[in-house]
Ligand binder design. Sequence first.
Ligand code: IPE
Ligand code: IPE
Ligand code: MG
Length: 248
Amino acid sequence: MAFFRRRKAKFSDVDMEHLPRHVAIIMDGNGRWAKRRGLPRKAGHAAGAETFRTIATFAKELGLSYLTVYAFSTENWRRPADEVASIMALLEKYLHEAIQTMAKDKVKMAFFGDLSPLPPHLQALCRETEEISKGYEGCQVNICLNYGGRDELVRAAKAFALDCVEGRADPGHLTQEALGNYLFSKGVPDPDLIIRPSGELRVSNFLLWQSAYAEYYFTDVLWPDFTKEDFLRAVSAYQGRSRRYGGV
Ligand code: IPE
Ligand code: IPE
Ligand code: MG
């Protein structure tokens, strides 16, 4: 018997005047969702892709400026080859569908991460979705694919070093802002709120630089079960926080 129900979060719980500008999500828990149902892990990834579709559309409806999701990390290659292949196949399916509905949905899409190890046709699809949607207004959805925060910082260090060697930059004048321009997230403001479903309380190499002052929200809900109400609950919790940025 359910003695205790999760309270249903509504639009009215959220102050629409003070929405976070940028929300990021670690889309975790697909495997456990499938396991609980006696299904293969790939069924969890398929269900997770549907949740992503729902939440991305909702972020735009709400009026957020940026949604960044962690879809595949630089460490996720350690998984069995058939699981990796099923994730890549789902991505391909998702991108084909996104391209078909883009003119209607008008969600601007971008990719953070080194796409070069991905199958060439998948890389081409990523570039195509970015290209088609680049003029769209409203929410920008950043999909982190083969993304790792440490990898991103090493890449930035290499690119900066090369600019120094070739005379385009000067180490003595490097600022935080200038370093930020070497990251995948160039031009995107830092996330205000980072949501991690699935009960894990760790960062797992996500947005290490950008999360310096992000507010974290953790929930036990597994990503495929994550609803618009869960999203609003996270936004509402965020709105109750006092962000001090080191001040008083
Ligand atoms: C997140 O779900 C999806 C990816 C990391 C690609 P998981 O597959 O990590 O699900 P759990 O953590 O095993 O439940
Ligand atoms: C983080 O989840 C990566 C993504 C959600 C894409 P993981 O499942 O890979 O993280 P760990 O292994 O639990 O830290
Ligand atoms: Mg996981």
